[in-house]
Design a protein around this ligand. Structure first.
Ligand code: ATP
Ligand code: MG
Length: 395
């Protein structure tokens, strides 16, 4: 560790100048009148990143899903980066799979991380989150990963991927194959169309980027084979699977393990007034139908019910105890920066999202900076109020 002082944190205000309704109309192939109306509406959010200004779609607009971004740069016409489509969820494998798919089904691992789109625009690599924001931290980490690969030309491509590991500001899930920060390609779009399963693998082997694992290809009737795969994912404590048509003739479907469904409830209930409320019902529904389809009974079902009960009750009890003893329920994140200037960009980005981080510590290590921060949780305040008043904020 060196004795260099740690960077000062400053913030800059930016003004939007490049975004015009005329350019937007051209980029989206809509009328100027509609573009002007959209720009004034709450459906689009205007923001900026470095030399770029961009629009974020806060809902589906025409053929563009929520999370679509239109990026402006003064030297060229704007770039439309479509949002990653939402993936429908399977509750009953034996019904959904044969009804939905045509013939062959590609089974991929579903990785538990966060969705990122990568584009190259005006000579710069940009990493866009699911919501449509250019994340300075993710961009910074991916610039390094991409610079070590055989990629000369990404224009015309959108690389969709999942970032996994613990060194990021959004999710923390460790994999044996990735502890800190890894990127796996989940889909590739070229000229506005998704590549087939085989072309995607080819893209990955040509560029050297890591592709999400293809576990198997089965016929749509081979439900037992799919169930065996889910069971092996269960044993390995992995999130689940995404089923895809090899040529994208029908949209993909997702299915998750009991480990994930119940694990998410436990994690959510730790922060019961944050994630807890919205997490519970859909996940209980998933488990109820999964258990029904698998014919779970006897000891196996008892075990599952105990796990679910613990997730629902033990986690919140321990949170309540902690707050009652004057502690705080916190979610801690670790980030690693290769350059000081990115820290400022990242903090001002989080601030624009309305998230004020509580930075716990920063350390220098071999020219890199490691930062630990906590994200504020509403659960703390709510629990403190309940413990003081004894009254419920709900019914
Ligand atoms: P939704 O698809 O409804 O928007 P969500 O944002 O809650 O769902 P998930 O339930 O995690 O997200 O499921 C979809 C996400 O799974 C994708 O957006 C992608 O980030 C991620 N994912 C992980 N592995 C894959 C894979 N092999 N193929 C496609 N997506 C994958
Ligand atoms: Mg996910």
């Amino acid at each position: 560790m060196t004795k260099n002082p740690l960077p000062e944190i400053t913030r800059m205000k930016s003004e939007i100048k490049m975004i015009t309704y005329k350019d937007l109309a051209k980029a989206l192939r809509i009328t100027e009148l509609r573009a002007r109306r959209l720009l004034k509406s709450k459906s689009l959010r205007k923001t900026s990143y470095g030399e770029f200004e961009y629009l974020v779609f806060r809902r589906d607009i025409g053929p563009y899903p929520e999370g679509t971004a239109v990026i402006f740069h003064d030297k060229t016409s704007p770039l439309v980066v479509p949002g990653y489509p939402s993936i429908a969820r399977i509750l009953l494998l034996s019904k959904a799979v044969p009804q939905h798919f045509r013939d062959q089904v590609v089974i991929e691992e579903k990785l538990n991380g966060y969705n990122v789109r990568i584009v190259k625009f005006a000579g710069k690599l940009l990493a866009i989150t699911r919501g449509g924001y250019i994340c300075p931290y993710t961009t910074h980490r991916l610039e390094k990963i991409f610079s070590e690969k055989r990629i000369d030309d990404l224009e015309d491509y959108v690389v969709f991927g999942e970032v996994v590991g613990t060194e990021n500001p959004y999710t923390r899930y460790e994999y044996p194959e990735c502890k800190d920060f890894c990127f796996f390609v989940i889909d590739v779009m070229k000229g506005g169309s998704f590549l087939s399963a085989d072309s995607k693998r080819e893209f990955c082997s040509d560029t050297g980027l890591e592709c999400v694992r293809e576990i198997d290809r089965v016929d749509k009737g081979e439900i037992e084979k799919i169930r065996e795969i889910v069971n092996s994912m269960e044993k390995e404590k992995r999130e689940g699977i995404v089923l895809k048509d090899p040529f994208n003739r029908v949209p993909p479907l997702k299915y998750t393990t009991t480990h994930t469904n119940i694990g998410d409830i436990a994690e959510g209930m730790k922060y019961m007034f944050d994630e807890g409320r919205t997490y519970i019902f859909p996940r209980i529904l998933r488990e109820a139908l999964k258990s029904f389809e698998e014919g779970a009974d006897g000891e196996e079902l008892e075990k599952k019910m105990k796990k679910l009960g613990e997730a629902l009750l033990a986690e919140p009890i321990s949170s309540i105890k902690k707050v009652s003893l004057g502690g705080a329920i916190t979610e801690e994140f670790t980030l690693r920066f290769y350059s000081e200037s990115v820290i400022d960009e990242f903090l001002s980005f989080m601030q624009k999202q309305g998230i004020i981080l509580n930075i716990k510590n920063m350390e220098r290590e071999n020219g890199e900076i490691i930062m630990w921060f906590m994200k504020p949780k509403r659960t703390n305040l709510e629990l403190r109020n309940i413990l003081n008043s004894g009254l419920s904020p709900l019914d």
